[in-house]
Design a protein around this ligand. Structure first.
Ligand SMILES: Nc1ncnc2c1ncn2[C@@H]1O[C@H](COP(=O)(O)OP(=O)(O)OP(=O)(O)O)[C@@H](O)[C@H]1O
Length: 260
């Protein structure tokens, strides 16, 4: 049956999509799963956060792979995949991916180019994690069209119910029209400082709006400067601050994701 494909998606910027994609991915690898991380963001933040400091100098990235499929000249399987020391594989991205948004618009089967690629990789892995960019453009639609499960990170410091509703409607539309397998795994509350009333109010508001409709993961990711440091450190929270609260929260969340 092959890998389960998870897509971390929210058009709101800075809600910890990248840190969560890496932490869940490496969390799954630490649980013995074979994991492929795919950077679907032209900012290349996932690539850089895993310690590949010069993404723009990489020869083969997601953009090269997608171009190959569009031109009907697919690259050999495994092209461009990097093996990271923390036990995951990574298909990197860089700025070239930004041109893909435009290219895809005029491409046949434009919503399913990424799916075509991932279908060729599915047997090699138990989980594939897609880190989306903060928009609902063609690349994010491609990620949703390829995914089985969507994890929606929501920042406990800022909540836009309107934005969340727009995202949920987009997911429902993709499910109806292109990918009947798609479902929402849950809302993941991130960067929460639960000592503040503000964070408590947001958690309560989310439960008020979504209990009975959508799962809200029990494990909330705390706000911590140690987590913010991981991107520059080029390693995951499990190595950067192994006994800290963020590592513990992501490890517990990973188990919640596995339980399904
Ligand atoms: N638990 C946390 N506590 C404190 N800071 C965090 C935490 N998680 C992530 N951050 C920081 O918040 C910022 C945004 O995180 P991240 O890059 O993962 O978000 P994103 O949603 O992927 O961003 P973008 O929308 O730009 O792709 C980063 O500087 C990151 O280091």
């Amino acid at each position: 049956m092959g890998a389960t494909i998870y897509c971390l998606c929210n058009q709101k910027g800075g809600c910890a999509k990248t840190v969560s994609s890496i932490s869940i991915g490496i969390g799954l690898a630490r649980e013995g799963r074979r994991v492929l991380l795919v950077d679907v963001d032209s900012q290349g933040s996932m690539t850089a956060s895993l310690g590949y400091q010069q993404p723009d100098q990489m020869e083969t990235t997601l953009s090269t792979i997608l171009s190959g499929i569009i031109m009907d000249e697919p690259l050999p399987p495994g092209s461009g995949i990097l093996h990271h020391e923390e036990g995951v594989d990574l298909l990197p991205a860089n700025i070239e991916l930004s041109g893909m948004e435009v290219t895809l618009v005029n491409t046949m089967s434009r919503e399913t180019i990424l799916r075509q690629y991932l279908n060729t990789m599915r047997e090699e892995y138990d989980a594939i994690i897609l880190d989306c960019m903060p928009s609902l453009g063609m690349l994010t639609i491609n990620a949703l069209a390829a995914a089985d499960q969507v994890i929606i990170p929501v920042q406990a410091q800022y909540l836009s119910i309107k934005g969340l509703e727009q995202l949920i409607r987009t997911i429902a539309k993709v499910k109806r029209q292109i990918n009947t397998h798609l479902s929402i795994a849950g809302i993941l509350i991130t960067m929460a400082d639960m000592r503040t009333n503000y964070a408590k109010d947001i958690v309560e508001l989310l439960h008020m709006n979504y209990d009975g409709k959508l799962r809200i993961f029990e494990n909330i990711i705390p706000l911590s400067v140690r987590a913010a440091e991981t991107s520059a450190a080029g390693k995951s929270i499990y190595l950067h601050d192994p006994s800290g609260k963020v590592a513990a929260a992501y490890a517990a969340l990973t188990k919640e994701v596995i339980r399904g």
